[in-house]
Design a protein around this ligand. Sequence first.
Ligand SMILES: Nc1nc2c(ncn2[C@@H]2O[C@H](COP(=O)(O)OP(=O)(O)O)[C@@H](O)[C@H]2O)c(=O)[nH]1
Ligand SMILES: [Mg+2]
Length: 301
Amino acid sequence: MSKFGAMIMGPAGAGKSTFCAALITHLQLNRRSCFYVNLDPAAESFEHSPDLDIKDLISLEDVMEEMGLGPNGGLIYCFEFLMENLDFLTDALESLTEEYLIIFDMPGQIELYTHVPILPALVKFLARAGSLDIRLCAAYLLEATFVVDRAKFFAGTLSAMSAMIMLEVPHINILSKMDLVKDQVRKKDLKRFITPDSGLLEDDPAEAARRAYEGGNGEDDEMADPQDRAAVMRGAGFRRLNKAVAGLIENFSMVSYLKLDVQDEESVGAILSYIDDCIQYHEAQEPREMKDEEYEGMDEE
Ligand SMILES: Nc1nc2c(ncn2[C@@H]2O[C@H](COP(=O)(O)OP(=O)(O)O)[C@@H](O)[C@H]2O)c(=O)[nH]1
Ligand SMILES: [Mg+2]
């Protein structure tokens, strides 16, 4: 018997925990069972308290203090520790039935999604048939305010694509915090972000404003000091690099985004439908007998 889960990923502050909370509320309103797993060893407050919390195994604060590590090294240490203590997950998850949607709320350290091989190992463990056998959908959040700075948007998209290629499970990408850009970006323009279009770099208002302000003409300055970050960022080389990255993303044609407005019940429901489809949740559900009180409810309608 399979279990079902969604792994909510993305950079720090992308709105992962907020989305998890909205998803849980939505599932509860629709009488669906869920199991909330917090895997962020630095997370402090939650709207819904987690059913399983990595902090009961190890906390980032303790690791940083005792091992003398910074937040990024500390996080990697916590995940390595988790990988050595996988019973922590197995014991809590193995008895869950196929009715449950297991929601994993992930940390935001970007190296976890780009080049450290810990997440692929964790995902393989969770999905392994004969063991926990969780059918997983990965959901990668990027905040919509990034569309204001095109280079940032493409960098974020590249990390989404990297996670997608590394994890090898069904994957959706989400532009979160749509409420913040709804009035700023025209619908027509937004489409070019939903399916990233490398032409966006050509007409980047932020870049044009930056150049006008700094008075640079965007040419490489041979005399510029390579340590001078601002000079490198306004040089033609930096633009060529951005263009190459955007071209790569466009050529792979793997990333497109769903829009999320977490305040809007319908928007949360629409994303849940995508997750359900990815993992074929509904196909696996046993027809369920209605309880007496549900029959009575129907009589009244
Ligand atoms: N305006 C707006 N703010 C949001 C939204 N989602 C999250 N936030 C805020 O963004 C910050 C980071 O959110 P959080 O869910 O903790 O991000 P995480 O680090 O990805 O888990 C918090 O201050 C949230 O209140 C959203 O949809 N709209
Ligand atoms: Mg969080």
